[in-house]
Design a protein around this ligand. Structure first.
Ligand SMILES: [Mg+2]
Length: 235
């Protein structure tokens, strides 16, 4: 039977058990080749250099150490350097979104997914809202779980996942999570969610050589285009 005018495939990956759809934001609901996240990265380096009085090189190194160890640079800065999270979030997300294009095809693909649709991001709500508006997905998402929702415990720390399950009250076995960073899918898998890794070949997808590779068993589906994949699944 067609759903929202789009035929439902009778074969293809089986998502008939899913009623909770969880999407990372950056490099997931838009493609990494927009280089948007690179802008945030640069602003983070500048912020750390300015506030901790470090050279750009030292700031960049610290940024990556915190990212590696905590899952988000901000959480290391809170823990060790007393950085004001609201000031940091406002500053680093003040970026130019003009490279982002509206994605009507993804909007149509999301519209046919039954149940609730969420954004699950280590970033801030305001950034997520700006991005969603820009790509034309504001009406496709029921709620945004940002770093504040997570109590500043970021992905991939297991506490972040426990928090969203409790906050939104869904059954993990009926949830699917979509992410460009493979390591962020491991805790979702452990809770019983269906995991989808958007491997677009970027260094973000692969996390760079300093991270251990994520075992394939934590990834149910590896894809390169979210919109196309969603058109092929069974619902
Ligand atoms: Mg991402």
């Amino acid at each position: 039977m067609p759903r929202n005018g789009i035929p439902i495939p009778e074969k293809g990956p089986d998502f008939r058990h899913v009623d909770t759809w969880i999407f990372d934001l950056d490099n997931t609901l838009y493609r990494s080749d927009s280089a948007l996240f690179a802008q945030i990265e640069t602003r983070m380096t500048d912020y750390i250099a300015r506030h901790l009085k470090l050279t750009d090189e030292e700031a960049h190194r610290l940024q990556h150490i915190y990212y590696r160890d905590y899952g988000s640079t901000l959480c290391g800065l809170i823990e060790h350097d007393g950085v004001d999270p609201e000031h940091f979030l406002f500053d680093v997300h003040d970026i130019d979104l003009s490279a982002l294009k509206s994605n009507a095809a993804l909007g149509e693909a999301l519209a046919r997914l039954p149940g609730r649709h969420y954004v699950f991001t280590n970033g801030c709500r305001k950034h997520a809202e700006r991005v969603l508006e820009r790509v034309g997905l504001t009406g496709s998402i029921d709620d945004i779980w940002d770093i504040r929702t997570l109590g500043f415990v970021p992905k991939p720390q297991p506490g972040a996942y426990d928090r969203i399950v409790e906050f939104a009250g869904f059954a993990p076995h009926n949830a699917a999570m979509f992410e460009d960073m493979a390591r962020n899918l491991m805790p979702a898998y452990a809770l019983g969610m269906t995991t989808v890794w958007i491997n677009d070949g970027s260094s973000w997808s692969h996390q760079g050589p300093e991270y251990p590779p994520v075992a394939r068993r934590y990834i149910h589906h590896e894809i390169d285009d979210l919109g196309e994949f969603l058109q092929t699944i069974r619902l």
